[in-house]
Design a protein around this ligand. Structure first.
Ligand code: PLP
Length: 439
């Protein structure tokens, strides 16, 4: 496959863009080399500047449940852009989408729209602190909640020796420029470990504003919660008067219409959404019951934003939800089926090649491949100690040459969309087999 134009663009890009891109996961920090520069997309496919076609399993990090350039999304956005891009005023479509969300989310009486997952997290953390008058946050190892200072600790894989004892994890900020004061009150606990959480709550629970968790761990590959673990968080939050904040940026409007909360049958006090909600546009939302959301009223806990509730994105969100919910939510069932089939076909390709020890973990439409001797990867510490990330990157870069696009970062994950066909699944499984044989 010829990627000369991408290489040329990378040379130009490196002179004017940091690392030649606008987010580290898109460029050499993740690829180890120049990335393919993409020009166009439709359905399940991306085309790069050299004209190569890729089956896309990265899908804007989960933002495209319907796939690229879905005809109804194109139609509604084309029609609405002619009526103006953004007004920063009250909008009818904002009311319509909020009504849909309140209908879909049993824990939610009210919604507030923002733009990105990170912004929504920032607002939620401030809201939890403002409502409870408490400072501490309990977060889990390996959970990423955006690049906000208070939660950007222990989100990157480390050498197992750097992690400390699971009873007292060493807290590691993931960036320079984060002052210790910003994460001083953030306490880090191993995930999927009920006893560790009990101990942490005994030590900090009475001062904790919230326990924040991903619904299914999506930033160390894909790691599902152990049965009952999310319920355990609920019980401990009730016992200690902390808020249960479920960060559904990845899982919301993807694992089910009601996200991980619906899939795992748990009732959080507060949720935030992003990614899938906007169907490719930056739309984020915060949702919760009246007694929580009223904290934002009249600026008691302040949340502003010139671009909040972006109108074109809200039309896309409304259309995406209509499509996914048609026929009694058939879209969500199909999305999960495609993801589970793809995961199963990759498992079969690994068995058939019989050359590498690898497993595939997934939840519905999300899956990830781990090169590991383990039967399963159960948490961040497993991931750090037992997953060969360098091999994964080589594997994915070779897949790109076969016309299959995934993120080379093993901490991320692959995703299905409704545009993936049976032929795409089979072509991907064949490419995986070819690459595994050659690797
Ligand atoms: C669980 C989770 N929360 C928050 C974020 C931040 O979202 P954004 O990239 O839209 O700021 C992400 C992004 O990957 C995420 O995975």
């Amino acid at each position: 496959m010829d990627t000369t134009e991408s290489a040329r663009l990378f040379e130009r890009a490196s002179k004017v863009l940091v690392e030649g891109v606008s987010s580290a996961s898109r460029g050499p920090a993740a690829f180890g080399t120049y990335p393919e520069y993409m020009r166009r997309a439709e359905g399940a496919y991306l085309w790069d500047v050299d004209g190569n076609r890729y089956i896309d399993w990265m899908l804007s990090f989960g933002a495209l449940p319907l796939g690229h350039a879905h005809p109804r999304i194109v139609e509604v956005v084309r029609a609405e852009v002619a009526n103006g891009t953004h007004f920063a005023t009250a909008l009818e479509v904002e009311v319509e989408v909020a009504e849909m969300l309140v209908e879909l989310l049993p824990h939610a009486d009210k919604v507030r729209f923002a733009n990105t997952g990170t912004e929504a997290v920032m607002a939620c953390i401030r809201l939890c602190r403002g409502l409870t008058g408490r400072r501490k946050i309990i977060k889990f190892e390996g959970h990423y909640h955006g690049w906000y200072d208070a939660v950007l600790i222990n989100t990157n894989p480390q050498l197992p020796t750097a992690l400390g004892h699971p009873q007292d994890p060493i807290r590691i900020p993931d960036s320079s420029g984060i002052v210790p004061e910003s994460w001083r009150d953030t306490h880090v606990v191993p995930w999927n470990d009920p006893e560790a959480l009990e101990r942490a709550m005994a030590a900090h629970g009475h001062d904790a504003a919230c326990v924040v968790t991903e619904g299914a761990m999506s930033n160390m590959g894909v790691i599902p919660p152990k049965p009952g673990f999310l319920q355990h968080i609920r019980e401990l939050c009730d016992r200690y008067g902390a808020l249960f904040y479920l960060d559904e940026t990845v899982t919301g409007f993807r694992l089910a219409a009601g996200g991980a909360a619906e899939l795992y049958g748990v009732r959080p006090d507060l949720t935030s959404y992003g990614k899938a909600l906007g169907q490719g546009f930056p739309v984020a939302a915060i949702a919760g019951p009246d007694h929580v959301m009223e904290g934002l009223e009249w600026g008691k806990v302040l949340h502003f934003g010139s671009h909040n509730a972006p109108r074109l994105g809200l039309y896309a969100a409304k259309t995406m939800l209509e499509e996914m919910l048609a026929d009694g939510g058939a879209g969500y069932r199909r999305l999960a089926e495609i993801g589970e089939r793809m995961a199963e076909r990759i498992r079969a390709a690994i068995r058939a090649s019989n050359k590498h020890r690898a497993i595939v973990q997934g939840v519905g439409s999300m899956f990830q491949i781990f090169f590991t001797d383990r039967e399963a990867i159960g948490d961040y510490r497993d991931f750090c100690a037992h997953v060969d990330r360098a091999k994964f990157r080589d594997f994915v870069l070779a897949l790109h040459r076969q016309g299959v696009f995934m993120s080379p970062s093993n901490t991320l994950h692959s995703l299905s969309c409704l545009a993936h066909s049976d032929a795409d699944i089979e072509a991907t499984a064949d490419a995986v087999g070819t690459v595994l044989d050659a690797l």
